[in-house]
Structures are given as C-alpha cells and as structure tokens.
Design a protein around this ligand. Structure first.
Ligand SMILES: Nc1nc2c(c(=O)[nH]1)N[C@H]1C(S)=C(S)[C@@H](COP(=O)(O)OP(=O)(O)OC[C@H]3O[C@@H](n4cnc5c(=O)[nH]c(N)nc54)[C@H](O)[C@@H]3O)O[C@H]1N2
Ligand SMILES: Nc1nc2c(c(=O)[nH]1)N[C@H]1C(S)=C(S)[C@@H](COP(=O)(O)OP(=O)(O)OC[C@H]3O[C@@H](n4cnc5c(=O)[nH]c(N)nc54)[C@H](O)[C@@H]3O)O[C@H]1N2
Ligand SMILES: [Mo]
Length: 816
C-alpha cells in the first residue's frame, strides 16, 4: 500500500491487545520511483535521527544510497519507520557535503589536504600541552557518533591527554536521564523495555512529546489504544501535543512547576495508601523523609502553583495509583528545567513506591533523545567514565587504568569531568585554549547564542570542528575536518531500552571525507599518545577492533557487552545489554526482584544533593545505603529563576517538531521534510492572541532580556501565558548564511538563558520570560505543521501533506 507519510506520520493502525505480540508492518521508501527490484543490495543498520533505534536496511544502487526499509525481525520496530527515517537519508547524497579539510588563512576557511589540517590540529595541541598542560584542551562531542568512536575519544582524552574537560551535547539532552537513574538506583541503565507498552494498563508521559519525537514508539502506543483493553494515558505537558490529545488525563502545568506537581502526585499515592509497603520496606531507603517532605504538597497547593485543577491532579493520581502495570516516560519538558533531576527522580519514586519495576508492563523510560546518546554515557565521552565506573571510587579508576594500561594518576578523577557550560566559562576566562568539537552544532544548540558566538570565535581559542556540512559552528572554526557519516562507516549504537544495533557501511563517503574513528585514531598517533609501556595508546585500527576493546572494558560492569559480537548482531534483531555468557540473548528487564547495582563498591555514583548538586561522600552513601537498595529522594519545589513580569509577561518554551531534527543539517536537505516545516513559527494560545488582536500568521518579534527572534504566529492549543518556538532554525540556509543580522533572526537560542539544573548540569531551555510585538500583519498562515503539536485551533489552515514524492510503502503483517 502507498501512503503519504508526511500527511500520516504514524501510518496505518495495527491494533493489538494486552500481552499480545505487536503485529509487524514493514515501511519502506525508495527515491525516484525505484522499486525493490532495482536495488543492488540491502545493508543492515538502524535509525539515526532520534533515540528509538528502529532496525532498518539501507537500499544501495550504483554505490549510492537510494532508500530505506524497516527490519521486520527487529524487536524495536517490527518493520516500522518514521517520517525522518523514511526521507532523512537523502542528506547523505547532498551536493554540499564537506569533501576536503578546511583551514583558516587570513580570516578565510580554505581547502587543504589532510596532512596540513591534521598537523595544524596536532601542532596546536602539542604547543598547549607543553605550555599549559592538559587542562588547556577540551573535547565536546555528541550523541550521534558510534560506540566505537566514543570509546576511542574517551581513551584519548582521559587516558592519553589526561584532560578532565570532556563532555557531549548529551549534556543538553540526556544528562538528566542519567542523573535521575544515578540518584535512585546509583547507576545509569534504563529499567524499562519497549515491550512494556505491550503489557501496561497505564502509560504516563512527563514532558515527553513521544508522538513527534519517537514516532515509531508512539505508533506502538496508538496500536494499543486502538486494540482491546487499551491502556489509560496520562500526559503532563503545557501544550496540546498529539500525546495530550490521546490522553485520558492531560495536565498542562505552568512551565517550570514539575516538582510541585510530582510532589502532589506522590502525596496522593501515600495519602491513599496506593503503595506497596512490602516492596518499599525490603528494597528501598528514604521513605520517611519522602513522606515528610511531600506531606504539605496537597492537590490544592499544587493547583495554585501549577495552575491545573486540583481534581484533575487527583484523577491522574488515582489512575497512577490504581495501575496494575504502570509504564512511565520522561523527556525534555522535565529534563531542560531548573529542577530537572528533582522532577525526574519523583517518577522513579512512584515506581519504587508502587513496587513496579522489573516486571512486564512496569517500566521506567528516562528517555534519551539522540540515537547514540546512551553510548556517549556508557563509553565515557561525556561527564561519565567508561562502563559506568565511579570517578570517586579509586578502585574503579585503578581498574580502568589496568584496562587501558596507563598509570591511574594519568586519568583525572579529582572531580567529575567538566560539563560544557563550565567548559565555556573556562573558555571565557582563557584557561581552555583548544576545543575539539565532533558532530554537534553549538552555535545553534547552546543557550544564549550571542555569548556562544563571541566565545567560539575568539582568536585565542583554537576551534576544531568535525562535521559533514559547513554548519554555523564549522563557519567559526580554525580547522574543519570532513567526516563520513551513518551509511558510510560501520559501528554499533544503543537505543533507549538498551538494544544494541550494528550499522554497517553501505557506500563510500564523498570526496576525502573520513570516518570519525579514523580521524580520532590518526589524531592520537600523530600526537604520539602511548600507554605506560611505550606502545601506542589506541590499539585498534578499525571499528570491530574498537568494539572488542570496549567489550573488555565493559566486562563485569552493568552495561556488559561481552556476550555480543559483530557477527551476532548481523542478520537478526538488535540485542539488549547486559549480554554475557550467562545471558547470551541479552536482558529484557533489569532490577528484577528488587536487585540493583547500588552497592557502595560497585555503584556508578554516590548521588548528589538535590538542591546544591554537591556530590555525596562515599562514607555518607555507605551509611545511607549499605546494602545497595533503591534510594527514595525527596525534593522541595523551587520556582523557576526567570519568571514573567510586566516587561516580559510570557513564559517561553522551546522544543521540536516531528519533521525536523535539531539544527536541520540533515532534515532541511530532505525536500519532503523541509516542505512540511520550512520556516520558524511561534505558538500562542487563542485567548492571548485575542487579547492582543493577533491573527494566525501575523509576524511577531519575540524578545527576552538576551535577544530577539522574528516568527509568524500559529494560534494553537498551547496553554495561555506560554509561547513555544521550535529550536531547529539556525541560519546556514538563509540568504546571508552567516551570523544573524537584520530582521531575519530566527534561532530560538538567541533568547534562552545561561543557567542549568544543579544536579545534572543540563541547561534550561524550557523557561524564559518573554515579550511579543507585532511587526507585520498576516499574509497567510504560519509555516507550521497541522499534524502535530502546532495544529491550528481554527480550520482556516491547509493541512500538511507531502505530495507525490512523499509516497512510501507499507506492508501490514508481512514482508516488503
Ligand atoms: N522529530 C524530532 N524527533 C526527535 C528530535 C528532533 O529534533 N526532532 N530530537 C531527539 C532528541 S535529541 C531529543 S532530546 C528528543 C526530545 O523529545 P521531547 O522531549 O519529546 O521533545 P521537546 O519538544 O524538546 O519537549 C517535549 C515537551 O516538553 C514540553 N514542556 C515544555 N516545558 C515544560 C514543562 O515545564 N513541564 C512539562 N511537563 N513539559 C514541558 C513541551 O511543550 C514539549 O511538548 O527528541 C528526539 N527525537
Ligand atoms: N532551545 C533549545 N535548544 C536545544 C534543545 C531544545 O529543546 N531547545 N535541545 C537540546 C538537545 S536535547 C540536543 S540533543 C541538542 C542538539 O544540538 P546539536 O547536536 O548541535 O544538533 P545537530 O543538528 O544534531 O548537530 C549535529 C551536527 O553533527 C553533524 N553530523 C551528523 N552526523 C555526523 C557524523 O557522523 N560525524 C560528524 N563528525 N558529524 C556529523 C551534523 O551535520 C550537525 O552539524 O540541542 C539542544 N538545544
Ligand atoms: Mo537531545
């Protein structure tokens, strides 16, 4: 069957009931009217434009990628793909890919050969190491490379150069997922499995627009909702997203009040005795404190602060409290706020209180966003050490040093690795002089862009950018290194529910572009990095060698990969870690029978103070939790730091649309996706618009104390008092293509603030005080999709459709 997957992002329903197998539906899209008969070969991979990890095969003809097809055998998607997966691969073939290294000469970036570029990079690193030592060097990576690349990067930075300044854009993304798991379970690792959707009777989504951001996972939910005995859905989001529209109860709190709301839910569970006292008694610590802390948070108190009716809070609590199999998910509406970890931890608390862990249907998904964010964390390329080792446990450092054959003192562990917002402070102060950026576009994605631009373009900072396009950040670099990407290199990556996929090289990269792994290994060798016996530090030269090295590093740790191999990952479904000799098929659920990885000598983290973020000392942790139970952590609600006032009466939130990925370097180059959401817009409620006499499509200027953005207004189902801007729109594809000036400023992060959650250090992208002003009257509707959270409240807007070149194939219940 042919279907326009721009107009119908979730495709055709395949209903199923509780405990049944999710039916298969194989989705595919081939360009230029090609059919499966035209394809030379199919190459195994998984999706790369979100964290869901859907298995897919890449279609190759004449050594070019020509399409994709979902893998029916994969446990994650049973053949399905989302719109970004179906159309987004076209960016690989874009004529403006970087094909040669670039170096700055007399202010201009000019092409050069690899030797020139790498010698410039290594030369500057060497100079700084001699003059200032390792702390002059920093690495800022991503959630979009492969496991093998992160592990190699972490080894180079921590074990070779010996700098503590290593972080990923995962700080903006999933730092709070990791932090929340570390607070409750003393270790990273998702307790849940996607199959929990098949079994649950209640799904609660907290600040998570799953319908737009994990479209295939949402398809699974929609199929349950369309089947017999569907689950009830609780949605917590200030916007009327597709999730909110499908919900049994939708709570639309004021932005930044999540902890207040969560405390009221916990209060209700305890007050009504909707808790499993045996489980709590046997498997947790901290109940008395939690009970005491939440006592005052009645639904009435929360109703006042969150501006949600008290009865609706009660109803949500009753649904959660009477669930027999509760699945919870959380994402950026919780993570990108001032009390991010405190809010996310309350979700874990609910599961511990209700004893709903480690059983079918009883999952927590503290979601990841990027496709390989889990690996950034596991492999130690962000603020974590490899394989969830504890930076404040000397025996873990000694163990890592042994794996790497380096001196333990070589690996910095006086504090956790420096988070990106702190790295930027050091750039500001001048102690960091060299920043090596891989696969992220901070000139659009970090908060308060005017500041970021001024920091990254400083003369005294040597900026290396490794990308596949000349992004806004690459335009500021001293050296640009052209990378190969997904489909052009081999490696593995792990999705939200711990499923590891192999992604094989399908075609050659364009021009002289090289894989990130090859570039990093070249960097290490040229820099002369050695182990303690004088042998090269990096001992592998290809992805499989790196994977084998990683397996040894993961041995005996929670994310144990020793039972996996490239061969085992070929042909069938992805496999969930831990995967070992004892569990050769992987592990569907962790924390079965109330057993955790929280023992003091084994755990990844001793936790942090919920208010200040200060690390808990080893002795304190041992006293609190000697036998490694789950920790119930209480937190007091604190209002957001920047609240509306007379000059800035709105609360501004930012986020995503279904059709674009981040700074759009890939999705804007796929015509079907680009057309669905070609320009920035701003969402406003009907009552706010009416108060100001605004109509759909008026051009507004949105200002905060930090900057301004111009966008047409979409009158949507967002709650009154709140504005929403998608953050996807930078400026590489504008008329001037360089830093914004004049009237077409459109990057949401011009407006956001330099501030973060004290525990996870994740920046706050979801609350800023803002003002609006009309610049011009409407000449037509805002360029916002109608199929999503930006759906218009009036019927005057033509529906979003894809057109002829968006027709994809669907084979329900069978092979393609
Ligand atoms: N289409 C698409 N999919 C993606 C991505 C993409 O760019 N595009 N990126 C991927 C990545 S890296 C990530 S991290 C995920 C992010 O996935 P999500 O977190 O689902 O996406 P967001 O739009 O950032 O934010 C989710 C919701 O938070 C709500 N929100 C804002 N403020 C608050 C608040 O104070 N409280 C509550 N409860 N909710 C609030 C917003 O209204 C929004 O609907 O998506 C992944 N998938
Ligand atoms: N206001 C606001 N800001 C936000 C957010 C928000 O909700 N609101 N969300 C935050 C979140 S959750 C995230 S994850 C970040 C995302 O922010 P970024 O990571 O900055 O966004 P991307 O556009 O994904 O940037 C990835 C870059 O890597 C390049 N690239 C792609 N594949 C490869 C590869 O294989 N190798 C190399 N070397 N390069 C590659 C791409 O061309 C692109 O330039 O944004 C954050 N910023
Ligand atoms: Mo993210």
């Amino acid at each position: 069957m042919r279907i326009d997957r721009i107009a119908e992002p979730w495709g055709t329903r395949t209903p199923y009931g509780p405990g049944e197998q999710w039916p298969t539906r194989v989705d595919s899209y081939l360009a230029d009217g090609l059919t499966a008969d035209d394809v030379d070969r199919w190459v195994q991979s998984a999706t790369i434009l979100h964290s869901n990890g859907d298995g897919l095969d890449i279609a190759v003809k004449d050594d070019r990628i020509v399409g994709v097809r979902g893998r029916e055998v994969d446990r994650v998607n049973h053949g399905r793909l989302g719109p970004k997966d179906l159309y987004g691969w076209q960016a690989n073939n874009s004529p403006d890919r970087l094909t040669r290294p670039l170096i700055r000469r007399d202010g201009e970036l000019i092409e050069c050969d690899w030797d020139t570029a790498m010698e410039a990079v290594v030369g500057r690193a060497r100079e700084l190491l001699d003059e200032q030592g390792p702390s002059a060097i920093s690495f800022y990576t991503t959630g979009q490379l492969f496991l093998e690349e992160y592990y190699t990067l972490g080894l180079i930075a921590h074990g070779g150069i010996g700098t503590n300044h290593v972080d990923g854009n995962t700080r903006l993304c999933t730092a709070t997922a990791a932090a929340a798991l570390k607070e409750t379970f003393a270790c990273d690792g998702q307790p849940g499995s996607y199959t929990d959707i098949d079994h649950c009777d209640v799904i609660a989504l907290y600040g998570h627009n799953m319908a737009e951001t994990q479209t295939v996972l949402w398809t699974r939910v929609l199929d349950r909702l369309a089947g017999p005995n569907p689950p009830q859905v609780v949605c917590v989001d200030p916007r009327e997203t597709p999730v909110a529209r499908a919900a049994t109860v939708h709570l639309a709190p004021r932005p930044g009040t999540n902890v207040m709301l969560m405390n009221a839910l916990v209060h209700e569970l305890i007050a009504h005795g909707w808790i499993d006292r045996d489980y709590v008694g046997a498997h947790s610590v901290g109940f008395d404190e939690l009970e005491k802390q939440t006592r005052a948070y009645t639904p009435e108190v929360a109703a006042e602060v969150c501006d949600v009716p008290a009865d609706r809070i009660r109803e949500a609590a009753r649904i959660i409290g009477s669930a027999e199999r509760l699945l919870s998910t959380a994402l950026q509406g919780f993570y990108q706020s001032h009390q991010a970890t405190a809010a996310a931890v309350q979700i874990n608390n609910i599961h511990v209180l209700r004893g709903m862990l480690g059983k079918p249907g009883c999952g927590i998904l503290q979601m990841n966003g990027q496709p390989t964010a889990q690996n950034t964390r596991e492999a130690g390329a962000d603020g974590d050490l490899p394989a969830f080792r504890n930076w404040s446990n000397d025996s873990h450092i000694a163990d890592l040093a042994q794996v790497w054959n380096v001196d333990p003192m070589q690996i910095p562990h006086y504090s956790p690795p420096t988070h990106i917002m702190q790295q930027l402070r050091y750039v500001e102060e001048g102690s960091i002089r060299f920043m090596y950026v891989t696969a992220t576009n901070p000139a659009v994605s970090l908060p308060e862009l005017a500041r970021i631009r001024s920091l990254l373009s400083q003369d005294r900072l040597f900026l290396v950018v490794q990308d596949i396009f000349l992004s806004e950040t690459a335009q500021l670099a001293d050296v640009v290194l052209p990378a190969a990407t997904w489909g052009e290199k081999t490696g593995t990556f792990t999705n939200v529910d711990r499923t590891v996929h192999l992604s094989e090289k399908a075609v050659e990269p364009p021009g002289e572009a090289r894989s990130d792994l090859d570039i990093l290994i070249d960097f290490a060798h040229r820099l002369g990095l050695e182990d303690k016996d004088g042998a090269p530090l990096v001992k592998w030269s290809d992805p499989e060698g790196a994977f084998e090295g990683w397996k040894e590093c993961s041995r005996g740790r929670p994310c144990d990969y020793t039972g996996l191999s490239y061969d085992k990952l070929r042909g069938g479904s992805g496999i969930q870690w831990p995967c070992t000799d004892e569990h050769p098929d992987g592990t569907e659920r962790i924390y079965v029978d109330g057993r955790f990885w929280a023992q003091p000598d084994y755990c990844e983290s001793y936790g942090r103070d919920m208010v200040t973020g200060a690390p808990v000392e080893e002795t304190e942790y041992k006293a609190l939790n000697p036998t490694g139970r789950a920790v119930l952590k209480a937190a007091e609600y604190v209002p957001p730091h920047e609240l509306p006032d007379q000059d800035f009466p709105f609360q501004l939130i930012t986020g995503r649309t279904l059709y674009h990925f981040h700074t759009r370097t890939k999705t804007a180059r796929a015509p079907q996706l680009h057309r669905a959401a070609p320009e920035v817009w701003v969402e406003m409620s009907a009552s706010d618009a009416a108060d100001r006499g605004f109509v759909e499509g008026d051009l507004l200027e949105v200002t905060t104390p930090r900057g301004r953005v111009r966008a047409k207004v979409r009158i949507s189902g967002i709650r009154p008092g709140v504005l929403f801007l998608p953050f996807h729109y930078g400026y590489w594809d504008t008329a001037h293509g360089s830093a914004p000036e004049g009237d077409d400023v459109r990057a949401a992060n011009e407006l956001t603030l330099t501030d973060w959650d004290p525990v996870s250090k994740q920046p706050i992208f979801k609350t800023a005080a803002a003002q609006v002003q009309r610049i011009a009257t409407s000449t037509g509707p805002a360029p916002a999709p109608t199929t999503t959270g930006s759906a218009p409240v009036s019927g005057q807007v033509p529906p979003t459709t894809g057109g002829d070149d968006a027709l994809a194939h669907e084979h329900v219940g069978g092979h393609a």
